[in-house]
Design a protein around this ligand. Structure first.
Ligand SMILES: [Cu+2]
Length: 154
């Protein structure tokens, strides 16, 4: 009887491993001195429907999940409880869209720094997975900043 229980346990473990969320191309926007907040961006892929439900980093006292919304012609950010990662489609966290917001920064994040991030994902059936990674810091140059009050069109 015990052997059967162990066998099914290992089967479940194998299934969970194959359903993991993959994090690709993570990066954090470098900051200038005295800047208190910045964003972390990445591509998320998953074989089954999942959500990013929590994030933390030792460089920031407060970490939130944000979306960017247009209010009239202004871009605003607001906290959301989770970011959906549809199976096979994935999600892209980018400036001007969803992102991980690092707030109350403990110091300047310089270009080339490796910023530790801990991301918690949850699948539809409630299984949780935490991914630890280091995201390189780089300046935002050509893309519109998510903290700019409005996108200019010419
Ligand atoms: Cu934000």
């Amino acid at each position: 009887m015990k052997r059967i229980v162990f066998a099914s346990f290992f089967c479940l473990a194998a299934t969970a491993a194959s359903a993991q969320v993959t994090v690709k191309d993570p990066w954090v926007r470098a900051t200038v001195p005295a800047q208190k907040a910045t964003g972390a961006f990445m591509k998320l892929e998953s074989g089954e429907d999942a959500r990013l439900v929590a994030a933390s980093s030792p460089v920031a006292s407060v970490v939130e999940l944000h979306e960017t919304v247009m209010e009239g012609d202004k871009m605003r950010m607001r906290a959301v409880p989770s970011i959906a990662i549809p199976a096979g489609k994935g999600a892209e966290l980018r400036p001007g869209g969803h992102h991980v917001m690092l707030m109350d920064l403990k110091g300047q994040i310089k270009e080339g720094d490796a910023v530790p991030l801990s991301l918690t994902f949850e699948t539809k059936d409630g299984k949780r997975q935490t991914v630890e990674l280091k995201a390189p810091a780089r300046p935002l140059k050509t893309m519109p900043g998510h903290d700019e009050p409005a996108m200019k069109k010419h």
